[in-house]
Design a protein around this ligand. Sequence first.
Ligand code: FES
Length: 105
Amino acid sequence: MAVINVTNRSGEQHAIEAKPGNTVMEILRDADMDVEAICGGCCSCATCHIFVDDAWAGKVGERSEDEQELVEQTDSYKPDNSRLSCQIKFTDDLDGLVVTVAPAE
Ligand code: FES
């Protein structure tokens, strides 16, 4: 079983089961980790904003131009760690991924 290690908005840490093929947003949302994902994964709401741990930041791929534009408008934007979790496809290579759910806007 692959896992994602998540810190939610209350600061609680959870290791949640993660199914390869789903997006990180879908995995976090379905596990009730404070990810609203209002747009359903269309890269247009930024309510799936997470911070990817430094050790994993280079392994989750690059932001698209659309993602970059949206995520840098958030109040809590961190250039090295911010991602929209709907834009990260979970794969076996990401087993053990460490993320923190960003504060609500
Ligand atoms: S779910 Fe809306 S931008 Fe990711």
